[in-house]
Write a protein that binds this ligand. Sequence first.
Ligand code: ZN
Length: 387
Amino acid sequence: MKSAQNMPEPKIHLALTDDWELRGNGSGDMRQIQFNAIRELQRIYNTYGVRSTFNVEVMQQLTHRKRQGEFPELGRLADEWDEHVRDAFKSGQDIQLHVHPQWSDARYEGGRWTLSGDWSLPNYDAETAHEMLSASKKYLEDLLRPVDPAYKVVSFRAGSSSIAPSDFALGLLVRLGLVFDMSIVGGLRVNTRNLSMDYTYCDEDLLPFYPRMDDARKVSEKVEPIVCVPIFHFHLSRAQATRQVLAKMGQKVRGKLANGDKRGAPGDKFAVDEWAEIGRSSRLARLYDKAIKPCLAGKHSVADIGQLDYPGLQAMIAAIRKRGRSTGLAEVPIILTNHSKDIKDFSAIERFVSEASKAADIRFVTLTQLAENLRAGKFPIRTDAGS
Ligand SMILES: [Zn+2]
């Protein structure tokens, strides 16, 4: 067997993506957590000549449009949303489809949203799911084709990553003409009041593969009409996880001081209310999960660039190169995620993008470029034929 050192240095096709949206329960100020964030990311990407992709959540926008007759302020926000998406697209960024189905049952009262729809796409019936996805896709194509008549939605990112298992979700993407799905994150497991899913065991967590049509966690035995490309994940060492925990605690304290009370920043409250693991609702259990366990054992980390500090981003790139080399392939596509609504400090991302843009083995690609390359057969797409 060849040792890793003798393996050729692969060219990494790195797709930066961002789930661009309000918080999962509909809270947050769009101008602050979406519009400011997309402007700042665009500034960074334009500075270093990098093209990325914004996975814009469209059910939120459709809901704003639906209610704008009663509430003119929602129409103004929706108009600004359109402008920001169009501006990003005009400046060379890609726009692709992200859908949070909980917006399908939304109430607006006193300037606040209450979302009662189920968070998980597989929990809907196939026709309702089709209506949501096709209306969202149409909205994006109607918005962007006046800028570029060739614009197409080619990829899908499910809200909260929830796509598998489902006997219809992947078929729906095929029906809509999409090239690939990017909802699978190897090792991710969630069990909260809003969501339950388990990606602990995924057949393929790195490279493009043909999924079994009823369960994207499994590789199909044959070529299928859609491809899955996982989001990268890696193991953050104990030292790095400890540093991240301390930094987050510092951020929390500063948030509380800035808010002048004990409740902390709105994002902190959202995380506790909506993302607490079932059975881990006591403060002590949460403290153990979030602060103590990672310091003892390191932690599974999704390649979410807004959640990582600069050393965390360096560890992520090292993990990408290591796993890329281990494939023995000359070219390896890698997708990173981001949730710009949560970014408190853009400087780590800027430093990371600046350095990666100069690296000889990294080429930034949009999801549209990734789809073209998949179609052109540039990357092998795994099947489990004969296994
Ligand atoms: Zn999302």
